[in-house]
Design a protein around this ligand. Structure first.
Ligand SMILES: Cc1cc2nc3c(=O)[nH]c(=O)nc-3n(C[C@H](O)[C@H](O)[C@H](O)COP(=O)(O)OP(=O)(O)OC[C@H]3O[C@@H](n4cnc5c(N)ncnc54)[C@H](O)[C@@H]3O)c2cc1C
Length: 396
């Protein structure tokens, strides 16, 4: 189907099923999980989900032009797809790249229709940035299945997830990067306990998750046993692109469209300082989106994103922090009120520091850029890569 025809089809569906963006509509927008699931199902049935993914796994088998057309058209609508962002952005592409045929057929179609929600279980209380120091274990049983024990933390969406992609240590006698395996874990298993963590906005977007003899079958391994670090790298690469390198979305509370609308409402839009700030918001947001688009287009035509994903992630997080300061000046004193049109802006300001940490902090992205894009020497703080894990001195 030509991209123009696809664009028209997407627009027609969205006009019928999604809410057009306005700052006011965005403020009231609070979809339930059931509404989100129904919307995602509708998207998939209309042929608008998994646009570039293979048809045998429920995708549309289309090209980058169609994906870009959809991203552009959908930016003007409020889409209740938040619960699916992690699953479709990270575990799904990892399974498509490294998973078995059975895993792809079993999970990808259900992820696309919203029947399966997924989370990412990497971070632990004693190691976030240093993922390879993880201490959750998976021990093989006599029947070939695995028993998972340990604790994860900051797991976004675990409270409503059906499955998770978890990293666990499967061999402590080898150096820390060599003894890790990635598994698919059923979040409804009785040995899984999910406890919400409340943040400054009053929401509980993420959780601590405990694993107590959680049994997973042998075919739950994603990739190879003890080759989980390679799988983690694939997922982290996808995460950085998902989080950081998005297109310019009209419904971003800290984006130009929202801030301009609020400035007009609160009467600050004639102020020369505010106008200058708005212009800078527009320029920075457009530049970050343009970089994201270059990465996406390159990736879709087979050019590896590699460490450049870290540039996109860093640009997105830096924009969020800078735009938080700009928003305070543009919106004026209304920003202190967690109500009305500026409520979503105020919440984003509170959430800003989190986005500079989620998916790897700004410092870590700068380390990656320094080492892998600019070719500078390795971070001297990195723990010994050759010592067996069980001989390292780690905090308990
Ligand atoms: C909103 C949000 C959502 C998240 N969702 C998930 C999720 O769904 N799944 C999941 O697994 N995790 C998730 N996380 C966790 C996130 O990946 C970690 O918080 C992150 O990796 C940082 O780890 P940490 O919090 O343990 O900080 P630490 O690693 O303890 O770092 C503390 C500080 O030290 C700095 N630092 C650490 N090492 C270095 C170094 N070598 N050089 C320079 N500076 C360094 C860090 O940049 C940071 O500023 C989420 C986090 C947030 C905020």
């Amino acid at each position: 189907m030509p991209a123009d025809e696809f664009r028209a089809k997407a627009l027609a569906w969205l006009q019928e099923h999604a809410t057009p963006f306005t700052a006011e509509a965005a403020d009231r927008f609070a979809p339930t999980l059931d509404e989100s699931k129904a919307f995602q199902k509708g998207l998939a049935e209309a042929g608008l989900a998994g646009i570039t993914w293979p048809t045998e796994y429920g995708g549309q088998g289309l090209g980058e032009d169609e994906l870009i057309a959809f991203n552009e058209v959908s930016a003007d609508f409020l889409m209740p797809t938040g619960p699916f962002v992690i699953g479709l952005g990270m575990p799904a592409p990892t399974i498509l790249e490294l998973g078995t045929e059975e895993q792809k057929k079993r999970h990808i179609p259900k992820m696309l229709t919203g029947e399966e929600i997924w989370c990412q279980l990497f971070s632990e209380p004693n190691g976030g940035s240093d993922v390879a120091s993880l201490q959750t274990t998976a021990t093989r049983t006599e029947t070939g299945s695995w028993l998972i024990n340990g604790q994860k933390v900051w797991t976004s969406g675990a409270q409503f997830s059906d499955f998770g992609a978890i990293l666990a240590r499967t061999d402590p006698t080898v150096p820390r990067h060599a003894g890790i395996t990635m598994f698919i874990v059923d979040m409804h298993h009785p040995g899984v306990t999910v406890r919400p963590l409340v943040v400054a906005t009053g929401d509980a977007p993420f959780n601590e998750v405990y694993f107590d003899d959680v049994e997973v079958p042998a075919d739950a391994v994603i990739g190879e046993v003890n080759a989980g670090w390679a799988a983690a790298v694939v997922m982290l690469r996808n995460e950085r692109v998902t989080i950081g390198a998005r297109g310019r979305a009209r419904n971003n509370p800290l984006g130009f469209d929202t801030l301009r609308e609020i400035a007009s409402d609160v009467g600050t839009s004639d102020d020369p300082g505010v106008r200058r700030k708005l212009a800078m918001v527009y320029a920075r947001e457009t530049a970050a989106a343009a970089f994201g688009r270059v990465l996406h287009e390159g990736a879709l035509s087979g050019e590896p994103i590699g460490a450049r994903g870290s540039v996109g992630k860093l640009a997105g997080a830096e924009f969020g922090l800078w735009a938080s300061d700009a928003a305070e000046e543009i919106v004026g004193q209304d920003i202190a009120l967690l109500s009305g049109k500026s409520a979503k802006v105020a919440k984003m300001i509170l959430a800003g520091p989190g986005s500079a940490t989620a998916g790897g902090s700004n410092e870590i992205q700068r380390n990656i850029i320094a080492e892998r894009v600019l070719g500078l020497p390795k971070d001297p703080g990195a723990a010994d890569r050759k010592t067996p894990f069980n001989q390292l001195k780690l905090s308990k």
